[in-house]
Every structure is written in C-alpha cells, then in structure tokens.
Design a protein around this ligand. Structure first.
Ligand SMILES: C[S@@+](CC[C@H](N)C(=O)[O-])C[C@H]1O[C@@H](n2cnc3c(N)ncnc32)[C@H](O)[C@@H]1O
Length: 229
C-alpha cells in the first residue's frame, strides 16, 4: 500500500486556480476562496508591488514560503508586462515534487511557470532564474532559521507561511524583527493572517500595522509598514 501521508494533494479553489493541501496538518497553501485572487490582491496589489511595477521602479521582494511559486509567477508576469526591474528572493524549507507542480495551472499555463519548473528540475541550490537580465529570482531551499537575511535591502516582504498556530517559528517576535531589518526604511510587509497577537508583535517589531479587507471570504488581512523614528 502507498503511504500518502507525505504527499501534497492538488485542489481547485473557487476562482478555478490550483492550490495544494499539506498532508501533515491539513492546511492549504492558499485560500480555498481563490489562490490566484489571493496572490493578486494580498501580495501583488496590497503590498504596492503592482503600483511599483506600473511606475517602473526597481523592486526587491523577499518571500517567506516560496512553495509552488504562485506569488512569484503572478508578480513576475506583472513586472515583465510593465517592463520594470524585479529582484525576487524566496525562502522555502521543502521542495515540492516537480510532477505535482507540473499539474498546477500557474505552472503549466504560463511561460514564467514553465521556466520556473524547468529551473526547479535542475535542483540547484539556491535556485537561480533569470527571466530577463532585469527580472531575477533566487530561491534558498532552507528553513528561515538557517537563512542569512540581508539587511535594509527589500522594498517588500511577502509573509506567506503556514498559519501562526501551526508554524510559530515563522511568526515569533524575533523573526518579525528580522523581517523588519531586512526591509528598507519605506518597506512594506503583507500577509493573509490578521491574528491579534501577530498585529501586536508587528507593532513591537517596528511596523505601523493596518487591517485590510481580504480576498473572497477572508474578512481581514494585514499590511505592515516600516515605522521610522
Ligand atoms: C502557504 S505555503 C506558501 C505558498 C506559496 N507562497 C505559493 O505561492 O505557492 C507555506 C510554505 O511555507 C513553507 N515553510 C514552512 N515552514 C518553513 C520554514 N521554517 N522555513 C521556510 N519555509 C517554511 C512551507 O514548506 C510551505 O511551502
């Protein structure tokens, strides 16, 4: 009998885009209301990345929890359309099976997704993808505990980890301070979580914290802007 306890399950979300179910604790990688809707609203739009792309500003993004690369694909397509430079760094502790990735719409139906898949198949560490000379992605396959964070570098942090309840190490106060230090003085962090404790900890870590309406059925999500003394 095949042991399926470690196999991610492919799921169609309500906007027709794919997500995965993490077998260990039954959490999905994206909102069931719509994975693509979440990528576009929470990460690309609310973070200010879409505006920066339309203004052709060079933008440096750090993503915690790169996983299937949906946020990267959505963001990179927008920057390429706008002819804007992008440096995208991802941190991810677990490589997904490339056979599984190949079944996800954002991978198989976009040229950025297919390029990401081809690069992932090489299993290089870190993964290095140059979509164009000015649109680049590097993924560090390691846990945030092992990652050497750059300081005062990023314009945006996409905090797309699993939930604070189940993966507290990604949301703990010292970790939030690390994300804060990684951002420059105008930096913005966005996440789908709107937990009260998270918002208080972000405030303590040096952010101005805002609540915004979420995508689909999600009522609120969080945007945190670097506080300047
Ligand atoms: C919600 S999913 C991310 C979805 C992803 N952003 C996408 O667009 O497909 C959360 C990811 O965080 C990763 N993760 C969990 N703990 C981690 C850790 N300690 N360090 C780095 N990544 C971690 C998981 O392996 C998982 O792939």
């Amino acid at each position: 009998m095949v042991d399926r306890s470690n196999i991610d399950e492919l799921i169609k979300t309500e906007d027709g885009s794919h997500t995965l179910l993490f077998p260990e604790d039954g959490e999905t990688y994206h909102s069931i209301s719509g994975a693509m809707t979440e990528a576009e609203w929470v990460y690309l739009t609310l973070s200010g990345a879409a505006t920066r792309a339309s203004e052709q500003l060079k933008t440096r993004i750090l993503e915690i929890g790169f996983s299937s690369g949906l946020n990267f694909v959505t963001t990179a397509i927008r920057f390429r359309q706008a002819n804007a430079p992008l440096i995208y760094h991802g941190v991810e502790r677990r490589r997904l099976s490339t056979n599984l990735l190949d079944q996800m719409d954002h991978i198989r139906n976009t040229d950025v997704g297919r390029t990401l898949l081809t690069t992932m198949k090489k299993k290089s560490t870190p993964l290095d993808l140059h979509l164009r000379p000015d649109i680049r992605c590097t993924v560090y396959f390691e846990s945030v505990d092992q990652h050497s964070f750059l300081e005062n570098y990023y314009d945006i942090v996409y905090l797309d980890a699993f939930s604070p309840g189940k993966h507290p190490e990604l949301w703990a106060p010292p970790r939030l301070k690390q994300y804060r230090k990684a951002l420059n003085s105008k930096g913005v962090l966005v996440t789908y979580s709107a937990q009260g404790a998270l918002r208080r900890n972000l405030d303590d870590a040096g952010f101005i914290v805002e609540k915004h309406g979420g995508p689909g059925k999600k009522k609120t999500i969080t945007r945190a802007i670097v506080k300047n003394a």
